[in-house]
Design a protein around this ligand. Sequence first.
Ligand code: ZN
Length: 182
Amino acid sequence: MAILKVARLGHPILRQVAKPVPPDEIRSPEVQRLIDDMIETMREYDGAGLAANQVHTARQIAVIEVLANPRYPDAPHIPLVVVINPVVTPLGEETEDGWEGCLSVPDMRGIVPRSRAVGLECYDRDGQKVSLIAKDFFARVIQHEHDHLNGIVYLDRMRDLSTLSHIAEWNKHWLGIREQAD
Ligand SMILES: [Zn+2]
């Protein structure tokens, strides 16, 4: 396994639409190694998720995991999920504002509206079809990673850039100010 270099905002790969992985390639050593490396990279940098674009590979693969995470100390735990070729469907009209950060936009936070619940259909790393409903923080992370795979970053989704904050200032001025801050 290897820790991969993370692309930062401005690298064109973050604006590319990732290509789907043919289902019969999911179990290939190349794809499995990429998934392992993405998991290791996400854990190394305390990400809640990581999309393949962020490690310079425009394929429809994302990994999500939230355990005890110093970047998101109050977030509910999410066991490791590997998401391949995701189709994400908002469930209902309800949106919720919440803080997001991104390993490709280092040391920044901003408030982003997201659907409170989404349906997710995808393949897992064994090539099995997965269908689930996610709510709240899990739904938020799915939408964030799904956006990456479509060349979108969370800044594009912010309604009001005045909440965009450096993490040091965020800790001083914003921490705990809004409910559902992640
Ligand atoms: Zn991100």
